[in-house]
Design a binder for this molecule. Structure first.
Ligand SMILES: Cc1cc2nc3c(=O)[nH]c(=O)nc-3n(C[C@H](O)[C@H](O)[C@H](O)COP(=O)(O)OP(=O)(O)OC[C@H]3O[C@@H](n4cnc5c(N)ncnc54)[C@H](O)[C@@H]3O)c2cc1C
Length: 431
């Protein structure tokens, strides 16, 4: 299989349209064609989304929004025209993100479909794979998931137990993946599987693309204490995948996986995602916090003002850091591993912001009334705040990557170096 690694730096080539002209065009189109986001809707993670029909209607609406952006030439700005994109630069994407702040946008499609999945397809997909899937993604016809974490653990991604065995022109996959957000309404997944048990763990992995409706894939939904049923666990039983749906070389899946995690860590600064300012669903995080303080009657309180200042500072520093790291990686002045710095900052900032929101609310943060405006559900968000430090690889793992691979500190001791994965001791749940 031929793979061609497309560099996101290509997106920095000379654009035909200046950023200023593009910005003006985007602003006019957005004002004319998109609704203002409802600040109370869908803010927060893993909340109870209500009835399944409502969630499916949101997904359909976001597919339509994506199609609208595509038809107007505002989808895939940093994707080359041959794959349905606009061939523009990250500066154009940032301008679009700014202009979309406060407007509805296809939030559920950004992560993981555009980052990391589109990033992985752009880097390792064959020409046929890219031509088949990237335009369909840009039109909102395909929503992608990532099958990385397994019930035996998610941090040690290279210890995947899901197995793929070659059978002629096909592969047969068996195993289980977990914590897949929204798999029940999605179309495709990138799946990391073990193709060789007789070599050390990083050397026996391969990546495949799977249609989620393929025979043998059972998607089970996990109900959280909050009532959310967004998380899924998938059971793969003799799932047959054609070799043409392999991404990257056989047993070289760690090369793909490393880049996959890079795109995941850079998701909020990815050239492929459209994330309105603040990165929240439809509005800036600081604006949301301002509304919480206002609705909690705390706006004139000097402590609240300090907290709002802190939130603003976090927002500004996070954005500046993300941009600097993005530029540094694009210009090769810093290593791709520096993406972990942005990932760490985004996890810590999001956790602190959630905590600030809860501090404003005092007692009504724990027991609210539907008339409490922006105060509603801050208590639930507070309980879920650690999510930002777990999803997309934990902040502990980001700290490991920064110390070992950015700062060059000694590597953590591991018991499996050089051992065939088959012989690595595993706990009972893994065997
Ligand atoms: C909102 C959300 C969405 C998610 N979406 C997806 C998804 O779409 N697809 C998917 O595949 N997964 C998804 N995940 C799963 C996520 O990637 C994993 O939860 C995460 O990688 C951690 O894996 P784990 O939960 O198995 O914890 P474990 O790997 O068991 O780790 C447990 C704890 O030990 C710490 N730890 C482990 N190893 C080390 C080490 N070497 N050094 C220091 N500390 C260590 C971890 O930081 C963590 O605190 C999602 C998670 C969340 C919260």
């Amino acid at each position: 299989m031929s793979t061609q690694q497309v560099d996101v730096r290509a997106a920095e080539s000379d654009p035909a349209e200046s950023v200023d002209s593009f910005r003006a065009r985007a602003r006019a189109w957005i004002q004319e064609n998109l609704e203002r986001a409802d600040p109370a809707a869908h803010i927060g993670v893993l909340r109870d989304e209500g009835a399944d029909e409502d969630e499916l209607a949101h997904v359909e609406h976001e597919r339509t929004l994506q199609r609208k952006l595509f038809d107007a030439g505002f989808a895939g700005l940093c994707i080359p025209p041959e794959y349905g994109g606009q061939g523009l630069t990250t500066a154009h994407q940032r301008a679009l993100n700014d202009e979309m702040t406060g407007y509805e946008y296809p939030a559920r499609l950004q992560s993981p479909t555009f980052a990391p999945c589109v990033g992985v397809l752009m880097d390792f997909g064959t020409e046929e794979q890219k031509l088949e899937h990237i335009p369909a993604i840009l039109r909102g016809e395909e929503i992608w998931m990532q099958f990385l974490s397994e019930p035996s653990g998610g941090s040690d991604v290279a210890a995947a137990l899901t197995t793929a065995v070659r059978d002629g022109d096909e592969w047969v996959l068996n195993g289980s993946k977990i914590w897949t957000t929204g798999a029940w309404w999605s179309d495709w997944a990138l799946c990391l599987a073990r193709t060789n048990w007789d070599v050390p763990k990083h050397r026996g992995l391969t990546v495949f693309m799977l249609p989620l409706k393929a025979p043998g894939i059972e998607v089970h939904r996990i109900e959280m204490l909050s009532g959310s049923r967004e998380f899924c666990q998938e059971y793969l039983t003799d799932v047959r995948v054609p070799d043409t749906d392999r991404v990257g070389q056989v047993d070289d899946g760690w090369k793909v996986g490393t880049r996959w995690m890079f795109h995941e860590r850079m998701a909020s600064n990815s050239p492929y995602t459209t994330l309105p300012g603040g990165g929240s669903r439809g509005g800036s995080r600081v604006t949301e916090l301002f509304e919480v303080a206002r609705d909690a009657g705390r706006l004139d309180d000097p402590i609240s003002r300090d907290l709002l200042g802190e939130a603003k500072m976090l927002d500004v520093v996070k954005a500046a850091l993300g941009e600097r790291i993005g530029h540094g990686i694009a210009s090769r002045s810093i290593s791709d591993q520096s993406a972990s710095i942005a990932r760490l900052m985004s996890g810590l900032a999001a956790t602190r912001m959630t905590s600030i929101g809860y501090e404003f609310t005092q007692a009504s943060g724990a027991a609210w009334d539907s008339a409490d405006g922006a105060v509603v559900e801050r208590g639930t968000d507070y309980l879920m705040q650690q999510v930002s430090c777990i999803a997309g690889g934990t902040t502990e793992m980001a700290r490991n990557a920064i110390s070992e691979r950015v700062l060059g500190m000694p590597r953590e001791h591991t018991h499996d170096v050089g051992l065939a994965f088959r012989d690595v001791p595993k706990n009972r749940s893994a065997t």
